[in-house]
Design a protein around this ligand. Structure first.
Ligand code: NDP
Ligand code: PYC
Length: 337
C-alpha cells in the first residue's frame, strides 16, 4: 500500500465540504475554505493544504470562530474597501471584498482591502493570484499568533506574519512569492512535530533561549525570524500595517484571545492592489519586468512559485497527492453520507 493517494479535485472537494458542513459551517464558508485548501493541496503546499481542515475543525470545536459569520462589506467607493469578517473564517471575507477591491484599484490606481475580525489559517497566494488574474499587482500582509521572538530577543512578540506579492504576466503564470517572516512557518513546524522530524537549524530556541531543533522545545520557547534583524523588521511592519494601522489585533492579542485553545489566529488582513495602467505605461512596465525575470532565470535561478506551478501541472495529469494517513484523519472527522 502506498503512503499517498492521488485524488481528483472533486474527491477532495466533497471530503472537505462534508467535514466542514458536519462541523456547522454554512455552504458559503465551507465552499470558500474548500477552494483555498484544495488549491494548496493541488500546488503541493503541505502545510497549507487539506491539513488545514484539521485546524478549522479544532478552531470550531474550541468555540474560537463564528460559524454563522456573515462578512459585511463597507465599500464607500473610495480607495479603501472594508470587510468586517464577523469573527468568521477569512476566505469568505476575502471573496466578499475581492471585486470591490479590484474596482477600487481600477478607479484610483491603488485599492486597499481591509479585512477585520477574521480567523486566518490559510496561505496568502490564492488571494494574490485572484488579483493578478485581474491584471493587478498585489501585496498581502497578515499577522498570526505571537510565536516568534524579535532578532536579539528570546521571548515571542511577533507572529509568523506572511508577506505575499504578485505581478501579472501576459500569457504566463504570474510572478508570486508568499512566505512567513519566521524562519519556518508554524504549519511547517507542526508537520515536523507530527512526523517526529527535527527542524532545520536556526528556526527557534527553547524556553531557556538556547537554540533547538526540537519542535516541542521551540513551541515551549520561541520561533525565530528569517534573516535576523531584516526578517524581524519586516515582521514588525506586518504587525503595524495589518494590525495597528487597520485597527485590529496584533499577534500578541490574537494569542491572548486564544488563551491556550490552540485555535487558528484571529486578527485582520491588509491587501493592496495596484493597477499598472494608472501608474505608468503598462507595456513598458511589463517589458522591464520580463527583462528582470529573464536575468534571473537565464543564470539557472528559479522564480518563486515555479515549484507550485509545476506541482499544479502534475496534479492535473496524475491527480492531487494527499498523504493516506492525513486523508483518513480528515475522513474520520465526519461520518460518510
Ligand atoms: P516557503 O519558504 O516554502 O516559500 C516561500 C516562497 O519562496 C514561495 O513563494 C516559494 O515558491 C519561494 N521559493 C522557495 N524556494 C525558492 C527558491 N529556491 N528560489 C526561488 N523561490 C523560492 O514558504 P513558507 O514556509 O515561509 O510559507 C508557507 C505558507 O505559509 C505561505 O503560503 C504563507 O502564506 C503561509 N503562512 C500563513 C500564515 C497566516 O497567518 N495565514 C502565517 C505564516 C505562513 P514555491 O512555493 O514555488 O516553492
Ligand atoms: O504557518 O505560521 C503559519 C500559519 C499561521 C496561521 C496560518 N498559518
Amino acid at each position: 500500500m502506498t503512503d499517498m493517494l492521488y485524488l481528483s479535485p472533486q474527491e477532495i472537494e466533497s471530503l472537505s465540504m462534508r467535514v466542514l458542513r458536519h462541523h456547522g459551517l454554512s455552504e458559503a464558508h465551507a465552499g470558500a475554505i474548500t477552494r483555498v485548501v484544495l488549491a494548496g493541496q493541488r500546488d503541493d503546499c503541505q502545510s497549507h493544504g487539506v491539513y488545514r481542515i484539521l485546524d478549522c475543525v479544532r478552531t470550531i470545536g474550541k468555540g474560537k470562530v463564528n460559524v454563522a459569520a456573515q462578512p459585511r462589506l463597507q465599500d464607500g467607493a473610495g480607495a479603501i474597501v472594508r470587510v468586517d469578517a464577523d469573527f468568521g473564517f477569512a476566505p469568505l471575507a476575502f471573496e466578499c471584498g475581492l471585486d470591490p477591491l479590484a474596482d477600487a484599484a481600477r478607479r484610483h490606481g491603488l485599492g486597499a482591502l481591509v479585512i477585520r475580525h477574521c480567523v486566518h489559517f490559510a496561505a496568502l497566494w490564492p488571494e494574490i493570484e485572484a488579483l493578478t488574474e485581474r491584471g493587478l499587482v498585489a501585496l498581502a500582509l497578515t499577522p498570526s499568533h505571537a510565536w516568534v521572538a524579535p532578532a536579539g530577543g528570546r521571548r515571542p512578540a511577533l507572529g509568523t506574519n506572511p508577506i505575499a506579492f504578485g505581478w501579472p504576466r501576459a500569457g504566463r503564470d504570474p510572478y508570486v512569492f508568499d512566505f512567513a517572516t519566521s524562519a519556518i512557518a508554524r504549519g511547517d513546524l507542526e508537520l515536523h512535530r507530527r512526523s517526529g522530524q527535527p527542524l532545520p537549524a536556526g528556526c527557534g530556541v527553547d524556553a531557556q533561549g538556547q537554540p533547538s531543533t526540537d519542535p516541542l522545545d521551540v513551541m515551549a520557547g520561541a520561533m525565530l525570524t528569517f534573516g535576523g534583524h531584516k526578517g524581524s523588521a519586516l515582521s514588525t511592519m506586518v504587525e503595524l500595517m495589518a494590525g495597528a494601522l487597520i485597527g485590529d489585533w496584533l499577534s500578541s492579542e490574537s494569542l491572548g484571545y486564544d488563551a491556550g485553545a490552540g485555535a487558528s489566529p484571529c486578527h485582520g488582513e491588509l491587501i493592496l492592489a495596484f493597477d499598472p495602467a494608472m501608474f505608468g505605461d503598462p507595456a513598458e512596465a511589463s517589458a522591464r519586468a520580463e527583462s528582470l525575470f529573464d536575468a534571473i532565470e537565464s543564470q539557472g535561478a528559479r522564480l518563486p512559485s515555479q515549484r507550485r506551478y509545476a506541482a499544479r501541472q502534475r496534479s492535473r495529469e496524475a491527480g492531487i497527492a494527499v498523504p493516506r494517513a492525513l486523508y483518513q484523519e480528515i475522513q474520520a472527522l465526519a461520518p460518510a453520507a
